[in-house]
Every structure is written in structure tokens, then in C-alpha cells.
Design a binder for this molecule. Structure first.
Ligand SMILES: Nc1ncnc2c1ncn2[C@@H]1O[C@H](COP(=O)(O)OP(=O)(O)O)[C@@H](O)[C@H]1O
Ligand SMILES: [Mg+2]
Length: 434
């Protein structure tokens, strides 16, 4: 069978060394080693100014995962973007090689193992678990049964003071019209078990503080999931003041970041009681509002933070009536100058919206000493005192550490994720991709 590429429209993809097993791809094609724990061989590849993730697997599974990720993307699920399926690979001797699923590397995403070391300082671990619970609820609302929920099968992006999680491994998943409570519980149980396992692994590698209780971390995902699911989908019955209650319910969901697209309302025959249940809820309440007003496409908590700043600015300017005009003024006078003040060499460290969020925090911190501190002063102080110490997070992939053949010709063992993370942390922080 000839080499066959489906999905991508870039013929340059044919130039990658498909006749070589992924494990031994030449260093100059690789961006770095994979970071998560995986069953398959996964490598990152530089490709036309971006990074692609290549995973070797069998053809029908690669195609199925490709289709699933495409469909999930269409539905607005947070997941990696599929790029191509490559099949019909043979090596130089004509032996068959596995098919490959190619996905786009999610920029500014971090595998959890690159993050958990901060766990005890500011409850990073807890925030990762919460983000995973939100992701699971969102996927379940769309009818996606994951089948292998774990921290390794997700990627995390900073999202203001929280994280947001993205699905990366959809291989075991399935799309349905809706999930039964049994299917959902199966996913939650698996999430709990997998996470507890991941915590024990970290402990065994002496990478998790002993005071962290793996069981409690596992319980947290279950609790957070159940709380959020209940809030989003529970039935409520009202006898009076129905309009107000409905408005309150919708507002509470908006504040959580969800829009109610459809609501089921059932009235008793005598009209004395009304039961409401949100039927379709869409995540992204704040990010949609920000996008509509400014064209900025950012994550939910970042959007919430930016909108707050915009609303404050509007109040300060006395421009309460015209939301759209005020949004444009805020963009031109506050957001853009702030983001532009970040020197080019630092732009790979954090996304612009995240930088803006951190500068707002920094201004608060400075305001303790000088309540009149201005935004430009806060920006200057942040760029000078905070940002230089931050690592580049645009493409956290790990640093390649001598895999491949040693002198004896036998492949050396691949480095562990931990050594890769340590190597990454000690790297100079410039120009990995340029
Ligand atoms: N598109 C991507 N962007 C960033 N990281 C990725 C991407 N695809 C895979 N990875 C990394 O590779 C790891 C393994 O990928 P995964 O799909 O989970 O493979 P497996 O099926 O072998 O478990 C993930 O945990 C993640 O860290
Ligand atoms: Mg996986």
C-alpha cells in the first residue's frame, strides 16, 4: 500500500521521515521528547513554524481518534486539534510500520508533571484536579464518554488564577446522544482510580510531598464533578416568584461560566408549581462576551478577569451606556498598550491574556505600598521584576536527552519524564522554536 495521508492539506507532511520508526526519527526533525506518560510512541515534530504531535498506533484506531477529535472540536469541546492520519508506512526494507495520528501541539499547554511541583505552594494540584473535573463535566454534557480519564490524558493551560484542561487522548472515547448516569459514573470512578495511581507514582518517584494524600486527591475529582454536574443540571421547583427564580438560576450559571441554551419548564396542571431544569448548557459565557465586544479569543477565567477590568474602566470613564464603544476604548487604551509593553523576547513565556491577568495582580500587590500606582508603572515593574524569572511556556515539550543509539548500537533507555522536566527547567529560555 502506498503512503497515504488523510486530513492535512500540507503536502510538506510527505517530507517527514515516515519510512523510519518514530522512535528513531532524526533529532533535527524532533522538537523534543513527549512529556506525558503514554502507551504509544509519541514525538513532537517541528513543522512549518509550528509543533505537531505524532503518535504511532494502528490505522483504524488512528482514524477513529482523528474523527472523534474533529467532531469534538466542531462541538466546541476543549481538545487538541487533529491534523492528519498517516497510513501505508513501510521502512527501507519494505516492512510495514505503524500508522500515525498527527495532532497540533496545543500552544501554552502544560503536562501536569511540569506543574505539580508547585502543588504545595499555591494548591496547583488542587487547581489541576478542578480543571479536570470541569473538562469531564463539559465532555459529558456533550455526550462524550471518555473511557480513560487521567491527568496524563489531559493538557493544562493557565487560565487567570485557575487552569483549564483539554482532552488530549480520545482513543478510548465514544460519542453518544446523551450519557446514562451509569456511563458518567464509570468515567468518574476511572478518573478517581487513575488519579490516585498517578499520585502514588509521583510519591514513589519522591516527587510529591508526603503530606499529600493520594486518596484525598482522587476524592476531590469526584466531589468537584458531582457539585458542578448538580449545579448545571438539577431540577428545581418553585411555587412563587417564578420569573425571579428562573433569572437567578440563569445568572448563577452565567457566573459559573455557562450559558443556558435550552431550559425545560414543567408546570403542574393547577399552575401552582413550576419545575425548571437546564437542558442545554454551553460553557464559555465570559469568553463569548469578550469575543463579541473586543474580538479577543481567550479562555473563560481570563475573559472574566478582562471583562471586570473593562467594566471598571467603563465606570471610571463614565461611559456606562455604550458597552461596545467602551470596549473598544479599553482595548486601545488599556489592554493593547499593556500587552505591547512586553518585550518580544518574553512573549513566549505566557499568553497575552495571562500576562494581562498577572499584571493586574501585580498592580494590586504594588498598590499596598502605593495606592495610586498606575497601570504603566505596574507593567514596567512586572516586566522588570517578575517576567524574566518565568519559563517559556509556549511549547513545553522537554529537552531531548541522548535517546537513540549509544556506541554499542543498542538503544539507550529513554529518559524519564522527571529528568526531562528538570532538564527543561534548567534550559536557557529563548528561541526553542525559532
Ligand atoms: N497535541 C498534543 N499537544 C501536546 N501534547 C501532546 C499532544 N498529543 C500528545 N501529547 C503528549 O503526549 C502524551 C501521550 O499522548 P496520548 O495521546 O495520551 O498517547 P497514549 O495513547 O499513548 O496514551 C500526552 O500525555 C501528552 O503529554
Ligand atoms: Mg494517553
Amino acid at each position: 500500500m502506498p503512503l497515504k495521508i488523510t486530513g492535512a492539506v500540507d503536502p510538506e507532511l510527505l517530507d517527514l521521515p515516515w519510512s523510519v520508526p518514530l522512535e528513531t526519527w532524526p533529532k533535527d526533525t524532533l522538537a523534543a521528547l513527549p512529556r506525558g506518560i503514554s502507551r504509544h510512541v509519541v514525538r513532537f515534530v517541528r513543522f512549518r513554524g509550528r509543533v505537531l504531535a505524532v503518535k504511532e498506533t494502528v490505522a483504524p484506531i488512528a482514524q477513529r481518534e482523528f474523527d472523534m477529535l474533529k467532531e469534538l472540536g466542531r462541538m466546541g469541546a476543549p481538545c487538541v486539534v487533529p491534523f492528519a492520519v498517516v497510513d501505508g508506512r513501510v521502512d527501507k526494507k519494505g516492512e510495514e510500520l505503524p500508522a500515525a495520528l498527527v495532532t497540533e501541539h496545543l500552544q501554552f499547554s502544560l503536562p501536569y508533571r511540569a506543574l505539580f511541583s508547585q502543588a504545595l505552594r499555591d494548591d496547583t494540584l488542587g487547581r489541576l484536579i478542578d480543571a479536570l473535573a470541569v473538562l469531564l463535566v463539559r465532555l459529558h454534557l456533550l455526550g462524550f464518554y471518555w473511557g480513560d480519564v487521567s491527568l496524563s490524558n489531559a493538557l493544562f493551560r493557565r487560565d487567570a488564577e485557575a487552569f483549564s484542561a483539554y482532552l488530549v487522548d480520545a482513543e478510548t472515547g465514544d460519542l453518544h446522544h446523551g450519557l446514562t448516569p451509569g456511563q458518567r459514573h464509570y468515567d468518574i470512578d476511572l478518573a478517581r482510580t487513575n488519579i490516585i495511581g498517578e499520585m502514588f507514582d509521583l510519591q514513589a518517584a519522591a516527587e510529591l510531598d508526603e503530606t499529600v494524600d493520594p486518596l484525598a486527591v482522587g476524592d476531590r475529582i469526584e466531589e468537584r464533578y458531582k457539585e458542578l454536574w448538580e449545579t448545571l443540571t438539577a431540577k428545581q421547583t418553585y411555587r412563587e416568584n417564578v420569573r425571579m427564580h428562573v433569572a437567578e438560576r440563569v445568572q448563577a450559571l452565567n457566573e459559573l461560566g455557562f450559558d443556558v441554551a435550552e431550559l425545560d419548564m414543567t408546570q403542574t396542571s393547577d399552575g401552582s408549581e413550576l419545575t425548571i431544569r437546564p437542558k442545554v448548557v454551553d460553557a464559555g459565557h465570559h469568553s463569548r462576551r469578550l469575543l463579541r465586544l473586543t474580538g479577543l479569543d481567550v479562555q473563560e477565567n481570563q475573559a472574566r478577569r478582562l471583562l471586570n477590568d473593562m467594566d471598571e474602566y467603563r465606570a471610571l470613564m463614565g461611559n456606562e451606556e455604550d458597552e461596545v464603544l467602551a470596549a473598544h476604548e479599553w482595548l486601545a487604551d488599556v489592554f493593547e498598550p499593556t500587552v505591547r509593553a512586553v518585550p518580544r523576547e518574553f512573549r513566549r513565556k505566557l499568553e497575552p491574556a495571562q500576562v494581562f491577568h498577572e499584571i493586574l495582580d501585580h498592580r494590586w500587590f504594588l498598590a499596598e505600598k502605593d495606592p495610586a500606582v498606575t497601570m504603566p508603572a505596574a507593567v514596567a515593574s512586572y516586566v522588570k521584576n517578575v517576567l524574566p524569572a518565568r519559563p517559556d511556556e509556549q511549547s513545553v515539550l522537554g529537552q531531548e536527552i541522548s535517546v537513540g543509539d549509544d556506541e554499542s548500537g543498542t538503544p539507550r533507555e529513554a529518559p524519564t519524564v522527571t529528568t526531562m522536566i528538570h532538564a527543561w527547567q534548567s534550559l536557557p529560555r529563548t528561541g526553542q522554536l525559532d
